[in-house]
Design a protein around this ligand. Structure first.
Ligand SMILES: Nc1ncnc2c1ncn2[C@@H]1O[C@H](COP(=O)(O)OP(=O)(O)OP(=O)(O)O)[C@@H](O)[C@H]1O
Length: 254
C-alpha cells in the first residue's frame, strides 16, 4: 500500500531530538504510517532509544512499550510483572487485592499469554530467579498485555536465539497493527520487517523498504564493527545463514 493511502501516525519534520542540552538527532525527518513494521538499526549510542522515547511520547496510550532494560521487579512473580502492563486500568484497591490474591480473570489472561511465550509454569516464580531470555519474554508479555494497537520495542529480542527471536516477532505482529523495533540482528531486519530506519552519525541514513536493502548497506551502519563486511552480491548467502526457509513465514511475505 502506498504511504499516502495509509494513516499517518507520526511525522518528524527536520526536528532536533535529544536529552536536555544534548542533541542526538539534530534534523530528523521521517514518518510512521499505520500498518508499517519498522526495524530500527544503528550502533550503540546512535540514538535508537532516543527516537523510541520520542515516538512513545507522541503516540501516548496508542503504543505498548517494551523497554531495553525491561523494568521488571525482581522480587515479584512473573504474574505480577505481566499484570503491571494494565495497572492503570484498575483501581488502587483492585491492584492491591490482586497483589495479595490474584484476580481470576487476569490470572487466566496472563497464563494464556505466558503459555504463548514459553513461560508456562513460571507464573508464581519471582522474576529475579529467571534466566535473561526468560526475563526478556516476561517484558514482552507485559507489553503484549497492554493490548495497544502499536508496539514500540527497544531491543526486545536481544537475548534470544534467532529462531526464538522470529517466533517472538511473529507473536508481536499478530497482536499489533504497527511496530517499531530496535534490534541488532540485521538479517531479521531484512527478512521480517517492511521498512528499515538506520541511524548513523546523528542522521537517519536509511529509510527504505526492507526488500530494497542489502546486508552490506546495513553493515555500513556499524562503522566500529569488526565483523567481516558483506558485499551486496552476497546478500542471499548471508540471509540464508539464518536458514529463514526453515522458519515460519512472516506476515505479508510469500
Ligand atoms: N537520559 C539521557 N541524558 C543525556 N544523554 C543521554 C540520555 N540517554 C541517552 N543519552 C545519550 O544520547 C545518545 C544516544 O543514546 P541512545 O540511548 O538513544 O542510543 P542507542 O542507539 O539506543 O544505544 P544502545 O544501542 O547502546 O542502546 C548517547 O550519546 C547517549 O549517551
Amino acid at each position: 500500500m502506498e504511504d499516502e493511502q495509509r494513516r499517518l501516525l507520526v511525522r518528524f519534520d527536520g526536528e532536533a531530538l535529544g536529552h536536555g542540552a544534548q542533541v542526538v538527532l539534530p534534523r530528523l525527518t521521517l514518518a510512521l504510517h499505520e500498518g508499517e513494521r519498522v526495524a530500527l538499526l544503528g550502533q550503540s549510542g546512535a540514538g535508537k532509544s532516543t527516537l523510541l522515547g520520542e515516538l512513545r511520547q507522541r503516540l501516548e496510550h496508542q503504543a505498548a512499550w517494551c523497554p531495553q532494560h525491561h523494568g521488571l521487579v525482581p522480587q515479584l512473580a512473573v504474574y505480577h510483572n505481566v499484570f503491571m502492563g494494565r495497572l492503570s486500568e484498575h483501581s488502587a484497591l483492585a491492584n492491591l487485592w490482586n497483589l495479595i490474591r490474584p484476580l481470576r480473570r487476569p490470572w487466566r489472561e496472563v497464563a494464556a499469554l505466558c503459555d504463548e511465550l514459553g513461560l508456562a509454569g513460571l507464573l508464581r516464580r519471582p522474576v529475579g530467579q529467571l534466566s535473561g531470555g526468560q526475563r526478556q519474554r516476561v517484558a514482552i508479555a507485559r507489553a503484549l498485555y497492554q493490548a495497544r494497537p502499536l508496539f514500540l520495542g527497544d531491543e526486545p529480542v536481544a537475548s534470544v536465539d534467532p529462531h526464538q527471536a522470529l517466533r517472538l516477532l511473529n507473536l508481536i505482529d499478530s497482536r499489533h497493527t504497527t511496530s517499531v523495533i530496535a534490534l541488532h540482528q540485521r538479517e531479521l531486519a531484512l527478512t521480517h520487517f517492511d521498512r528499515v530506519w538506520g541511524l548513523r552519525d546523528g542522521r537517519l541514513v536509511i529509510d527504505a523498504p526492507a526488500t530494497s536493502l542489502t546486508l552490506a548497506e546495513l553493515d555500513a551502519l556499524y562503522p566500529d564493527a569488526d565483523a567481516t563486511r558483506h558485499s551486496p552480491d552476497t546478500r542471499d548467502a548471508n540471509v540464508g545463514a539464518l536458514d529463514v526457509n526453515a522458519l515460519p513465514c512472516p506476515r505479508g511475505r510469500p
